[in-house]
Design a binder for this molecule. Sequence first.
Ligand SMILES: *Cc1c(COP(=O)(O)O)cnc(C)c1O
Length: 385
Amino acid sequence: MNGPGPARRPQTTIFTRMSALAQRHGAVNLGQGFPDESGPSRVIEAAAEAMRQGHNQYPPLAGIPRLREAIAAHQRHWYGLEPDPDGGVTVTAGATEAIAAAMLALVEPGDEVVAFEPFYDSYKACVEMAGGVLVPVRLEAPNYRPDLDRLRAAVTDRTRLLLVNTPHNPTGTVLTRGELEAVAALAIERDLLVVTDEVYEHLVFDGHEHLPLAGFDGMWDRTLTIGSAGKTFSVTGWKIGWASGPAALVERVQAVKQYLSFASGTPFQHGVVEALASDDAYYREFAADYRRRRDLMVAGLADIGFTVREPEGTYFVTCGIEPFGAEDGLEFCLDLPERCGVVAIPTQVFYADGAVARPEVRFTFCKPVPVLEEGLARLRAGMRG
Ligand SMILES: *Cc1c(COP(=O)(O)O)cnc(C)c1O
């Protein structure tokens, strides 16, 4: 993605490259964020049963009605939001398609889209495919909190929308109520659309709380909320995501989506109906389980010598590599499979200028505890040498 060539024609991503390296070296892959374990068996069974029952043809463009209702019920239950299941919810091929369709639908050539940097790597590609310009506002190490004055300064007369990801990949920052209030106030003052990426909404630790921007005063009509089953139910390969919000925005996204995937994953949509019927205990245990894995990784990486900032949410931890005398995360990560038998992702790929070296890498902890322990043991041995 960093090579030469037209900006609007994206290149192979770092994830593909690093996963290939992982295979070649038999490395423990703590790079790309997909769990090794499948989601709850009742969810898997619901999808299998849907296939056996013959739910194998195109679903409706907006998604099967039962899933749209389940998504609306989820938004109401957790956040008191009330998207209309008929018109205010559309099911997509993962959050990835929802982001792409939203950018293509809402961004005009020359428009600016402001996003906190580092950002999920598809943001810039999608904004550019829409002919827009991504304007990054940096979350600075070591705390990766938003600088609201900088955010305000980044908004110009050409700004069309704010693209906000919380809980935030790769830093693990969860925006606070106060920070979100400031973002909302700015969106209202400058009459901006807001697209939120909330795929880690249920992966929030300790006293932190996930709050959708759509629920803040004056925000509903200007906000498109994006979610996904992949992370919450450990079914990333199903690629079932959704966008919800006011019908006027959702309709525009749907109009684009009909020429991307049109619609996808009928049996998986049935599986996600079952997933969203989970009781609160499922979500609680899910977060508690990941909290234990986070604690293991944070303690282990710090002990090995990385500079670690404890993530408040997501299943990623971003670490500084300067204690090892390293300054270039990409070089470090390209070397790591051979040196330690571990794969990590250089955070520079999450920056607008992805070619600039940065002394940081990202590990995921969405792997079983023994795999995390093995990864830590290999790092401990390899980084000593
Ligand atoms: C994983 C991820 C996505 C993509 O979600 P899918 O449902 O797998 O398409 C989007 N945004 C962020 C921040 C992610 O980490």
